[in-house]
Design a protein around this ligand. Structure first.
Ligand SMILES: *Cc1c(COP(=O)(O)O)cnc(C)c1O
Length: 344
């Protein structure tokens, strides 16, 4: 057994339900690794929450949330493409809402599957996907072929004026075709303000802040698999690094297979956040890197880069850990894979 995510189920559910109650129009997003919990669990949890719509990242993920027990409508966030056969198949599924982000694609979807449920994405300052506002009139001309479920706006995490940008885009689109507006990465406060200013139904999609929003409801542990005393100067590990001092090599579960020590690019805007990120991935002066494992009260250095399923860390001085112990490990749950989840 490798990495374990301990989940305090009741407080987590209270947080999910409180978020749902505070944000009318909330659309949970379940995608990728399921924010560490897995897509099936998130599908089940969204069903339990009683929300009418769930969003997934890709067409393949529709089946995963349904396996978990999700029965409502599913929005696929990756815009439809003629190269995606699964997405094309889903046009015929009356519980799937397809995102379309190009005028030509809208025409093609209407031709392939008249009556398909679609939302049309508007290009934001993110410049990822979307139809420019100048093309909204062309969109209007194609909507008769499909079942139009609204406009969708995906803002950058760090927009200069998110509310202003969302309002300008939504207003320009609604003037052409009055329809619901779906938003991503607007704060709940800005979302409430925008909702009060628009004459249409609004939806706010949320992943990270929903599923990972109550950090006290979870912790991840690794198991101590083995322990070896080492002397100063002794060579250790795959790469035979020399130990700087006497102590213990602690073999802990979790490695590259679990996403241990993979640091996604930082979104940290402040110097402090950047320093924290640097500290957790950086080498110290002697070439050792700080690991995410806490042993005997402190984060310990890696002896060498993590392996597939386990890692070697160094515990200086006398050992205060035993084989079989569970030790805390800090993981970014959007990039990590745990081996099991235990509900408490
Ligand atoms: C992933 C995604 C979200 C959810 O993002 P979080 O930062 O996890 O809340 C919302 N909208 C779109 C379009 C996405 O791709």
């Amino acid at each position: 057994m490798s990495l374990t995510l301990h989940l305090d189920l009741q407080p987590w559910r209270e947080h999910l339900d409180a978020t749902r109650d505070a944000i009318p129009g909330l659309v949970p997003v379940a995608k990728g690794n399921g924010y560490g919990y897995g897509l099936q669990r998130l599908g089940a949890e969204a069903e339990r929450m009683g929300v009418p719509v769930l969003a997934v990242g890709t067409s393949q993920e529709v089946a995963a949330v349904r396996e978990g027990g999700w029965e409502g409508d599913v929005v696929v966030l990756t815009p439809w493409s003629r190269h995606d056969e699964v997405a094309t198949g889903l046009l015929a599924d009356d519980r799937v809402i397809t995102t379309v982000a190009r005028v030509d694609d809208l025409a093609e979807v209407g031709r392939l599957r008249p009556g398909a449920r679609v939302i049309v994405e508007l290009l934001t300052s993110m410049k990822r996907h979307g139809v420019s506002v100048d093309d909204v009139t062309r969109v209007r001309g194609l909507l008769e072929q499909v079942c139009f479920e609204g406009w969708t706006i995906h803002l950058p995490m760090k927009a200069a004026d998110p509310l202003g940008e969302a309002h300008a885009l939504a207003a320009a689109a609604i003037v052409e075709v009055e329809a619901p507006v779906w938003l991503s990465h607007l704060s709940p406060a800005d979302f409430a303000t925008l909702t009060s200013r628009l004459p249409v139904v609004t939806h706010l999609r949320m992943g990270t802040k929903l599923w990972l929003g109550a950090p006290k409801t979870r912790r991840v542990t690794a198991r101590v698999l083995d322990l070896h005393p080492v002397k100063r100067g002794e060579k250790v590990g795959y790469w035979q690094h020399r130990m700087r001092s006497e102590g213990w090599v602690v073999v802990v579960s979790g490695g590259t297979a679990n996403g241990v020590a993979l640091t996604a690019p930082t979104s940290g805007a402040t110097l402090k956040q950047r320093l924290v990120t640097a500290a957790s991935g950086a080498m110290d002066a002697t070439g050792f890197a700080l690991s995410p494992y806490t042993i005997a009260g402190k984060k310990r250095m890696f002896v060498e880069p993590p392996h597939m399923q386990s890692s070697l860390v160094f515990l200086p001085g006398a050992g205060s850990v035993a084989i079989g112990d569970e030790v805390p490990v800090e993981l970014r749950l959007t990039t990590a894979t745990v081996d099991r989840i235990i509900e408490h």
